[in-house]
Structures are given as structure tokens and as C-alpha cells.
Design a protein around this ligand. Structure first.
Ligand SMILES: Cc1cc2nc3c(=O)[nH]c(=O)nc-3n(C[C@H](O)[C@H](O)[C@H](O)COP(=O)(O)OP(=O)(O)OC[C@H]3O[C@@H](n4cnc5c(N)ncnc54)[C@H](O)[C@@H]3O)c2cc1C
Length: 394
């Protein structure tokens, strides 16, 4: 077997498949090596098996990175509509769920199949059950794998991040980057449920399974989304979103009645002086939750509106709109959808994804310090960064 290539891509996930197909179509002899026995395992489990493969409204603001400008160029050159063209070319039926979020109608398998077909049509040689162990560079890159040695002029690292170790989540890409002198932005789990401390958990346990539509915020950002009480703490789209912007030790603020202003309560008092505050809350929030919530309030909430001063009502309503929760941590990489942090953008070209330190070395996808919010943004980054590298290798 001749294991010498123009381009080797390590990692047969979203970014690697895209990069390999783009490079091969430019006439480059390309190999894709994947440690698992199948391609795209993460794609297969994504979006509940239906893969939220892009978001039509993706903008650079939907991504977190130490350099907020880094991802702009690649995202501009490969838009959600470019990936949609591919989806339509293969007649994969899809559906738009929440604003802009496109999911497969039938199965995420169709996305893996179309990417594999794109690779094979360009002549990519795919090696499965082929785990890279170590990499060195003299004239060319030498990659030692479970299937022997491979050499190439260009090496694209598309090994993803640490989440879901059971299907290939690894720090391999970070270690390789470090060994070639790249800085790493401290990685941590993101798009991940929060854990609560034992004493709060005792009180929230009865709420397990309950979801609320709230506005959830920290100093950086707000999301109007559902949150879900779990037996370990908090989850749901709102929690996953804010986890991307959360740092250990910080509190998050939950507005339980986001459609109301604090002053609305005074107008309500005038119209309904005989109504009790807790029954007012129960009009918008589940009874079980209101009973839980009332335990934390200094002022009893069972009195009628007429019996509160305006100042008291404003204070109670301020608490309703600013329920502060301090998670003790996250559920970690086992439950995280992505890793935030990763290979620092400082030493990588935003146009080509090529290392500024080592000629011919590229980093794409989740291994980079670019992380998208929930809603199809992470795959869009995988496609865009994979395309940028695949179009640039020579
Ligand atoms: C449960 C879940 C649901 C998700 N749902 C969505 C969604 O609906 N929409 C969305 O946009 N994002 C979603 N994501 C995030 C998305 O899956 C990732 O951002 C994306 O897969 C990253 O692509 P990647 O190619 O960079 O890495 P990966 O997809 O992780 O691929 C990396 C590949 O490299 C291989 N590899 C690693 N090390 C080696 C080695 N040494 N040798 C050989 N091969 C190696 C791994 O086996 C893996 O196949 C979800 C994530 C999870 C965990």
C-alpha cells in the first residue's frame, strides 16, 4: 500500500469530511483517517438523530471565541445556503424547526452518506479503524497509526474535542497542536446541563421534568428559551445556551415572567385588588413551581394585592424577574454537546486555517477555539472551516 498523500485529514467527523472532499476535488491525493469503525458518529447522534445541520440565520455573533473576528472570513465564504445546496443536491428532505434551524426530516445518516459520497467522488481514500498515535515533521508529515505509517505534505487536524469520549471525544488534536508550539485556550464542556448544590437540589427534586419558558441571562448575554428541572439540576435549551457563556463560580439570572415589566404589577393591583399574589403567579407558571418559589421569599406571597404596599410589590416582582441561581458545576464532557476553548486562533490563519508556525498544518472544526451556540451553528462552523482548509491546501 502506498501511504503517501498530498493531504491527510485526521478525523472523519463533520469538519474532516468537508475538508477531505473539498481538497480532493481540487485534484489533490487525499486520505481521510478515522479511529472509529464508522464515519461521522457525532453527526449520527446529533439533533436527536435528525442532525440540526445548519442555521439559516448564522452570524459571527452566534459564536464564542477569544478572537471574535477570527471565524468571520470562513463563515462568509461558506454560508448555510452553500451547505443547503449540497443537501438539496442529494435530495435529503429537511424541515425548519425553530427560527432558521434546519433538521433532516428522516435521519442524520443521510448527512453522513452525502458527505461520504462527496469524498468518494473526489477520490478520497478513507481509512477506518485507523487511529493516529503520533505525528512528526521533517520534509513531510509522518503520521503513525494503528494501520501503519502515512506521509503527506499537508496535514489537517479535524479530531474534534473532548465531549462524548465513548464515541471518539479526545484531546488528541490539542496535544498535537501543543507539540508543534501552538497555544491552547483552556478547554471546558459547553452546551451542557448545570448541577446544583445538594441543599437546592433537595428542594428542586420535586420539580424534575418540569420546564419553563424564561429569559436567562448573565453579564454577557440573554436567551429567551425553555429551561428544564432535572434530578441533577438544570437543563433544557436555555441552560445549554447560557453554559457557553458561563464561568465556574458565576450566578445566572432567570426572569420567570419575561413578557411582563416590573411596573405591570402595579396596574394589576389596581384592577384586581382582591387577587392573591401566588394565584397571579399561577396564571403564568406551573402550580408546583410557584409553591417551590414561594419558599424562598422573605415576604409571604399568599396575601391579596391590596394588602401589599407598592414598594413590596415592586420588590417581589424584582425577585420574580431576577431569580439568581449559582450552579456548582456542569455535567461535564459526558453530557456536553461541545468543547469551548481549544487551539488558539492567534497562530492560525483565519482565511486558510493553516498554522502560522508550521507550514502545511491545518486545524478545523471543534478543536479550534471557536464554539457555536445551540441551533446548528457548530456544524456550520465545521462545514465552513473544513471548506476553508480544503480550498487552501496546495
Ligand atoms: C449529543 C450531541 C448532539 C449535537 N447536536 C448538534 C446539532 O444538532 N447541531 C450542531 O450544529 N451541532 C451539534 N453538536 C455538536 C457537533 O456534533 C460538533 O460540533 C461537530 O461534530 C464537530 O465536528 P468535528 O468534525 O470538528 O469533530 P467530530 O465530529 O467530533 O469528529 C472528530 C473525529 O475525529 C476522530 N478522531 C479523533 N482523534 C482521532 C485520532 N487520533 N485518529 C483518528 N481519528 C480520530 C473521532 O473519532 C471523530 O470521528 C452535537 C454534539 C453532541 C455531542
Amino acid at each position: 500500500m502506498n501511504n503517501r498523500f498530498d493531504v491527510i485529514v485526521i478525523g472523519g467527523g463533520a469538519a474532516g469530511l468537508m475538508a477531505a472532499s473539498s481538497a480532493s476535488k481540487r485534484g489533490l491525493k487525499t486520505a481521510l483517517i478515522e479511529g472509529n469503525k464508522n464515519l461521522g458518529k457525532k453527526i449520527l447522534i446529533s439533533g436527536g438523530g435528525r442532525c440540526n445541520f445548519t442555521n439559516l440565520f448564522a452570524t459571527p455573533n452566534n459564536f464564542k471565541s477569544s478572537n471574535i473576528h477570527f471565524h468571520k472570513s470562513a463563515l462568509k465564504r461558506y454560508s448555510p445556503y452553500d451547505f443547503l445546496d449540497l443537501v438539496e443536491k442529494y435530495k435529503v428532505s429537511y424541515v425548519e424547526k425553530a427560527a432558521g434551524q434546519l433538521f433532516c426530516k428522516v435521519s442524520a445518516r443521510e448527512i453522513v452518506n452525502l458527505l461520504e459520497k462527496e469524498c468518494l467522488s473526489g477520490g478520497v481514500e478513507i481509512f477506518l479503524n485507523c487511529k493516529a498515535h503520533s505525528i512528526s515533521k521533517n520534509e513531510e508529515f509522518s503520521i503513525l497509526t494503528t494501520l501503519g505509517e502515512f506521509t503527506a505534505r499537508n496535514l489537517i487536524i479535524a479530531t474534534g474535542g473532548l465531549p462524548i469520549p465513548t464515541i471518539g471525544g479526545t484531546d488528541f488534536g490539542l496535544k498535537i497542536a501543543k507539540s508543534f508550539g501552538h497555544k491552547i485556550v483552556e478547554p471546558s464542556p459547553a452546551l451542557v446541563p448545570f448541577k446544583l448544590n445538594e441543599s437546592l437540589l433537595k428542594k428542586t427534586k420535586a420539580l424534575s421534568g418540569l420546564s419553563l419558558k424564561v429569559k436567562i441571562s448573565n453579564d454577557e448575554i440573554s436567551f429567551l428559551e425553555d429551561i428544564l428541572f432535572t434530578h441533577k439540576g438544570l437543563s433544557g435549551p436555555g441552560i445549554l445556551q447560557i453554559s457557553l457563556y458561563w464561568n465556574p463560580g458565576e450566578s445566572i439570572s432567570i426572569d420567570l415572567l419575561p413578557e411582563l415589566e416590573i411596573e405591570d404589577i402595579l396596574r394589576f393591583k389596581k384592577r384586581h385588588p382582591k387577587k392573591s399574589f401566588d394565584s397571579y403567579l399561577k396564571m403564568s407558571l406551573p402550580k408546583k413551581f410557584v409553591e417551590f418559589w414561594c419558599q424562598f421569599q422573605e415576604i409571604s406571597l399568599s396575601m391579596n394585592f391590596a394588602d401589599y404596599t407598592n414598594e413590596e410589590l415592586v420588590k417581589i416582582m424584582t425577585n420574580v424577574k431576577c431569580f439568581s441561581v449559582k450552579p456548582v458545576g456542569t455535567e461535564g464532557y459526558r453530557k456536553a454537546e461541545v468543547m469551548k476553548g481549544g487551539v488558539s486562533t492567534d497562530e492560525v490563519s483565519s482565511k486558510s486555517m493553516e498554522s502560522r508556525l508550521v507550514k502545511g498544518l491545518y486545524f478545523i472544526g471543534e478543536v479550534m477555539d471557536v464554539t457555536g451556540e445551540l441551533g446548528g451553528f457548530n456544524f456550520q462552523w465545521a462545514w465552513a472551516s473544513g471548506n476553508a482548509a480544503g480550498q487552501s491546501v496546495i
